[in-house]
Design a protein around this ligand. Structure first.
Ligand code: ZN
Length: 401
């Protein structure tokens, strides 16, 4: 099946350009589809990067502003951007695994596939098809089947819907060779569409995320409820949200950090962020990173953990791989003159980072102002509780009931 192999080659050749300001990075398909051993994916890091950097940039341009307000401002945009990334990742990886399985297992493509694709195209040709409804339907079918031939038909149909508003003529393929050639062409067209969406920004400022009110086809698709539900079911979400990306800054320093070991599997991420941020140092996993015991006074370092003779493997490395604690270690080494540290992340610090945060607070070595989206709720609940508390007779000398 020479043309099937060629089509797989075309698929693997697809790449996407991500921009940050005037800088850009080209990400190949393999990298974009990467899932890591800790349950995170390449797209989680990319999406956290844009969310955090958008808030950081806006703060830089508006002195004294509250970061939490900017998190709120970018929240919808961040969600729709993540949806776009999940959608891209889902479609390309499904297509790749389906074509691979047809190729590797020597599954014979049967004539009815060509006919099924022709039949579907009649709907699209006569324009009695609602794009969003059809897409949800095909995504649903895709979820329901494990038969690679059926998957193939649904994936071709989805691709046709994504590319065409209306067909010039029904799609009749004489042979699979002809169909594969046509699919190669469609794939380039899809990547081009996707690329346009990736370039969209909330404002003229090129640093901000894609726009919240998307009026184009993708916006319409993602606003479709049943499609959203199917897409959410299909795209894997992390069980436990991690902080994939963080920045820390003060008057005389500015770092970024990513979650995990900073090893070979995350190299492409560091390369990308390095080229976007130009010379902004990364706070990486070093021997000085600490893990605090529950008393929040005693700690061990990564170096001590590493020198353990029969060190357990597996999940234990996560004891040291959080963005925040890599930043604390770098601050201890660099000793910046400014002791006021701002940190921007997308999730509340985890239990282990919170221990060190309280240790730093108690020892008054630094003042750390850490901001994340959830603070918006916490702040408004706290101020409401304060108002109620202050006006409640129970706290003004009244008697308890
Ligand atoms: Zn943590």
């Amino acid at each position: 099946m020479e043309n099937l192999e060629k089509l797989l080659g075309t698929l693997q050749e697809q790449s996407f350009t991500f921009n940050y300001g005037d800088r850009e990075a080209r990400i190949d398909l393999d990298t974009l589809l990467s899932d890591y051993d800790d349950g995170t994916s390449f797209i989680d890091y990319i999406s956290d990067f844009y969310y955090v950097q958008s808030v950081y940039q806006k703060l830089k341009n508006s002195e004294g502003a509250d970061p939490v307000e900017f998190f709120k401002e970018f929240s919808n945009s961040n969600k729709s951007y993540y949806k776009l990334l999940s959608f891209i990742k889902f479609y390309y990886s499904e297509l790749e695994s389906c074509l691979q399985s047809l190729n590797d297992n020597g599954i014979e493509l049967e004539e009815y596939c060509l006919f099924a694709i022709f039949e579907f195209s009649l709907d699209l040709y006569f324009d009695n098809v609602d794009k969003e409804v059809s897409l949800s339907r095909y995504f649903y079918f895709l979820e329901e089947t494990s038969n690679p031939l059926h998957k193939f038909i649904f994936l071709v149909n989805i691709l046709e819907i994504l590319i065409w508003d209306k067909l010039d003529s029904p799609l009749y393929y004489e042979s699979f060779d002809e169909l594969f050639e046509h699919l190669s062409y469609l794939l380039y067209a899809l990547t081009e569409e996707v690329q346009k969406l990736l370039r969209r920004r909330l404002s003229n400022d090129k640093l901000y995320l894609i726009s919240a009110p998307i009026h184009d086809w993708f916006g319409k698709i993602t606003r479709n409820k049943s499609f959203s539900i199917v897409l959410n079911n299909l795209t894997k979400t992390q069980d436990e949200k991690l902080n994939c990306y963080a920045v820390a800054y003060g008057n005389d320093f500015y770092y970024y950090a990513i979650n995990h070991m900073d090893g070979e599997d995350r190299k492409k991420l560091h390369d990308t962020f390095n080229s976007f941020l130009e010379n902004i140092p990364a706070a990486r996993l070093t021997d000085q990173v600490r893990y605090f015991l529950p008393n929040e006074i005693d700690y061990i370092t990564y170096e001590e953990f590493q020198s353990l003779p029969d060190k357990p493997d597996g999940n234990f490395n996560r004891m040291f791989t959080c963005c925040e604690r890599k930043i604390f270690a770098k601050l201890r080494t660099d000793k910046p003159a400014d002791k006021y540290v701002n940190i921007i992340v997308t999730q509340a610090p985890c239990e282990y980072c919170s221990r060190e945060l309280r240790y730093i607070k108690n020892n008054k070595t630094l003042t750390i102002d850490i901001n994340y989206p959830e603070l918006s709720n916490i702040n408004s609940y706290d101020s409401l509780a304060r108002k109620i508390f202050d006006s409640c007779p129970r706290h003004m000398g009244g008697t308890d009931i």
